[in-house]
Structure formats: structure tokens, C-alpha cells
Design a protein around this ligand. Structure first.
Ligand code: FAD
Ligand code: PHB
Length: 390
């Protein structure tokens, strides 16, 4: 089999790139390790920046998002029992975010790929990139016990943090930077009306909490938990008691509780690999960098990688211009590092760190007090939350 571009990973990054390239006549194949149902079963991101929504529309996959997604003009941060609103629209000169689940967005991308007859191979076992340091890279995988091969001009690794692409790059050609946080997020999805009309992050002495939503009847809640906890430790009653404890009184009192329809624990990690290219293998999205979800940057940064790479590949194929490909890693990393900075800062601001001294805690409190006393500090948070320019 042959294609111009071979894409490893059928998550949001891989599907989005595949769709955009197809629309510009660039032939590509996506190899996904799991089934479509498995990929669609993952509950992850909920907040999309404005530029992401524009890319989805360009990919002809934004129709349902525009119908069912919610545009949010602001979000809340609660601390010391008080809720403060960050007015994104006013602080950024009109920018907003879209609340629309990653699961829905991935489903829309799959449907858009189906409509165009896109080539996505599911349950591709043992995918391996080869010869990407030459002009003739290729991919191999097993399908129903048979070894298959795809020859291509470029390989794009969109296979997430645990994927094979980054790990295939020789150690002396890649440098990684990492920070592991001493806690995770326990997330619960419930079919209940959301307690807060806008996303609410809470700093509390018992730990961080987040009230988010997917629609007017679907709520997504998170609490900070020790890494040693498992979901068996958190029956629904205990989860909601703890969540309410960590919220301002009037919010806790308004909470409608219902049985969880999904419950999972995500460890928190900051990670970034440099460069995001090795020969004709390019890395994009979580394959190259991950962040703690506190600043809602992960998927949004994946989208900016895809934006840079898509335009670079179009320039290569339509004009023989390789400047975009040569600049890809530098441009994508410059933006990804800013996402790392913001996510780390939001995580430090809002969580309880078990090793924090009383001095560290006072600094955290002061940081919050400063934030809500300074229009400049608020504007900086808002500018990052709606997404820095590409
Ligand atoms: P992935 O979604 O990880 O997709 C990679 C795909 O590659 C998967 O389908 C996988 O099965 C496949 N794969 C892996 N290995 C192989 C292999 N060897 N061969 C073939 N295929 C392979 N981001 C935001 O921007 N906003 C948010 O509000 C937000 N909230 C989050 C909340 C939580 C709890 C979590 C955990 C994350 C959140 N994120 C958020 C981050 C966001 O979910 C990720 O950044 C996003 O999923 C990255 O997409 P991706 O396509 O790059 O990688
Ligand atoms: C979510 O809705 O899942 C969500 C929202 C905001 C975040 C992280 C996750 O920062």
C-alpha cells in the first residue's frame, strides 16, 4: 500500500490532520491500535479554544459543535469560600471558549472521515515506523495475523503519550523534559444538570475540585486525589460528599447528585520532547507533549501542532516549499512550551501539594489574592485560557 502521509494514531490529532490533508488532495492513511468504540469511550477534554473551533470548521467537522456546543464568556475560580469570575470576553477583547466534549468532537471527525471515504485502519497491531531517516520511510503493522506495509513520504506520530512514534526515535536525537505531580484527578460524569453554568475551579484546603459540563443535562466533576487511590476507594456518595466540601457553600447547596456513568483517575504529568521531528517522522499532540489538565491546554496545543503541520505539508505538496516543514518543530514547541508554563502555573495555583511548607501555602494564597486584585494578572490568565495566537 502507498500514501503520501502515514499517520499513526486515530485520536483527535490524527483524525484532524487526516481530514484536513484529504480536503487538500493529500492522500493519507491512519493506523489506530484500538477499535473505534474504544477510542470513543474515552472521556477527556471539554474546553476548546476559539482557534480550535475554526480548524474544526475548516475540516468540515464543526457543524454539530456549532449546534450543540456552548460558548462560554468566562469561568470561575473559587478560594476561601468565595467565587471569582474571570470574564474572558471582556479581558481579551471579545474572545471566548467552546464547551464541547472530546468524545463528541472525535465522533464528528470520524463521521467527517467516513463521508469522504478516509482510510482509517483500526485494531492495527504492533505498528512500527521504519527508515524515517531516509527519503523512503514506511510503516508496518499486523492485521488479523497478517503483516502489512505502507510506503509513504512522511510519517506523522499522533499516537499519544504512550505511542510508538516518539519511542522509535534514537535516544541521542531527542531530549525530554518531565515533571510528575504527587496527585491525580478523579473524574465523574453524571446525567445531572451542571451545578455551575460556567467551568468552576476550586482551591480548597482539602484539595482541588473542578465543576465542568458537557451539556445542560451532563455534568463532569473532578477532585484531586492521592496517586495511591483507586476508583474502588471512591463510591459515588463519598465522591460527592468530598466534592461539596471543597466548593463554596452556595454552590455545594445547589448541587444535584446522580449516579456516575463514568469514573476514572488520571495521573498528572508535564512532559515535552524536543525536537518534534526526526528526519521524515513528525510528532504531534500528546505524542510530543502532555500537560496536567488544569489549564485545558492539552487538546488545544495538539490542534496548534496540527495547524502548523497541515500548512507545512500543503506547502510542500502544492508549491514544493519546505520552509514550513523545516520550521515545524521550532514553531510547535514555542507554543507548546507556553501551554506547559500555563498548565504548570494553574496546577500550582489550585492544588494542595503534600510537601508544601506553610511558606509555600502562604505564597499560593497571596498569588490568588494578587490575581483577583489586578486587572493585568487577570488579563494574563484570560489571554492564556482562550489560547495564545498561533
Ligand atoms: P490521544 O487522544 O492520546 O490519541 C492517540 C491515539 O493513538 C489513541 O487513539 C491511541 O489508541 C492511538 N495509539 C497509541 N499508541 C498507538 C500505536 N502504537 N499504534 C497505533 N495507534 C496508537 N485538553 C484540552 O485542551 N482541554 C481540556 O479541557 C482537557 N481536559 C482533559 C481532561 C482529562 C481528564 C485528561 C486526561 C486530558 C484532558 N485534556 C484536555 C488533554 C487531551 O485529552 C489530550 O491532549 C488529547 O487527547 C490529545 O489528543 P491526541 O490525538 O494527540 O492523543
Ligand atoms: C473537562 O470538562 O473535562 C475539563 C474542563 C476544564 C479543564 C479540564 C477538564 O481544565
Amino acid at each position: 500500500m502507498r500514501a503520501q502521509v502515514g499517520i499513526i494514531g486515530g485520536g483527535p490529532s490524527g483524525l484532524l490532520l487526516s481530514q484536513l490533508l484529504h480536503l487538500r488532495g493529500i492522500d493519507n492513511v491512519v493506523l489506530e491500535k484500538h477499535s473505534r468504540d474504544y477510542v470513543l469511550g474515552r472521556i477527556r477534554a471539554g474546553v476548546l479554544e476559539h482557534s480550535f473551533t475554526e480548524i474544526l470548521r475548516e475540516a468540515q467537522a464543526g457543524e454539530r459543535m456549532d449546534r450543540e456546543g456552548q460558548i462560554h464568556d468566562g469561568f470561575f475560580i473559587a478560594h476561601a469560600g468565595v467565587r471569582h469570575r474571570i470574564d474572558l470576553k471582556a479581558l481579551t477583547g471579545g474572545k471566548t471558549v467552546m464547551v464541547y466534549g472530546q468524545t463528541e468532537l472525535t465522533r464528528d471527525l470520524y463521521e467527517a472521515r467516513d463521508r469522504l471515504g478516509g482510510k482509517i485502519i483500526h485494531n492495527a497491531e504492533n505498528v512500527q515506523p521504519h527508515a524515517f531517516d531516509t527519503g523512503k520511510p514506511y510503516l508496518t503493522w499486523s492485521e488479523g495475523g497478517q503483516l502489512r506495509r505502507l510506503d509513504c513520504d512522511f510519517i506523522v506520530g499522533c499516537d499519544g503519550y504512550h505511542g510508538v512514534s516518539r519511542q522509535s526515535i534514537p535516544k541521542d536525537k531527542i531530549q525530554t523534559f518531565e515533571k510528575i505531580y504527587p496527585f491525580g484527578w478523579l473524574g465523574v460524569l453524571t446525567r445531572t444538570p451542571p451545578v455551575s453554568p460556567e467551568v468552576l475551579y476550586a482551591n480548597h484546603e482539602r484539595g482541588f475540585a473542578l465543576c465542568s459540563l458537557r451539556s445542560s443535562m451532563l455534568s463532569r466533576y473532578y477532585i484531586q486525589v492521592p496517586l495511591t487511590d483507586s476508583i474502588q476507594d471512591w463510591p459515588d456518595d463519598r465522591f460527592f460528599d468530598e466534592l461539596r466540601h471543597r466548593l463554596p457553600g452556595e454552590v455545594a447547596a445547589a448541587m444535584v447528585v446522580g449516579p456516575s456513568i463514568e469514573k476514572s483517575i488520571a495521573p498528572l504529568r508535564s512532559f515535552i520532547a524536543e525536537p518534534m521531528r526526526c528526519g521524515n517522522l513528525f510528532l504531534a499532540g500528546d505524542a510530543a507533549h502532555i500537560v496536567p489538565p488544569t489549564g485545558a491546554r492539552g487538546l488545544n496545543t495538539a490542534a496548534s501542532d496540527i495547524h502548523y503541520l497541515y500548512h507545512a505539508l500543503v506547502d510542500h505538496y502544492t508549491r514544493g516549499d519546505d520552509r514550513g516543514l523545516n520550521e515545524y518543530s521550532r514553531r510547535a514547541l514555542a507554543r507548546a512550551w507556553k501551554g506547559q508554563r500555563f498548565s504548570w502555573w494553574m496546577t500550582k495555583l489550585l492544588h494542595r501539594f503534600p510537601d508544601d511548607s506553610p511558606y509555600d501555602q502562604r505564597l499560593q494564597q497571596t498569588e490568588l489574592e494578587y490575581l483577583f486584585s489586578s486587572q493585568n494578572a487577570l488579563a494574563s490568565v484570560a489571554e492564556n485560557y482562550v489560547g495564545l495566537p498561533f
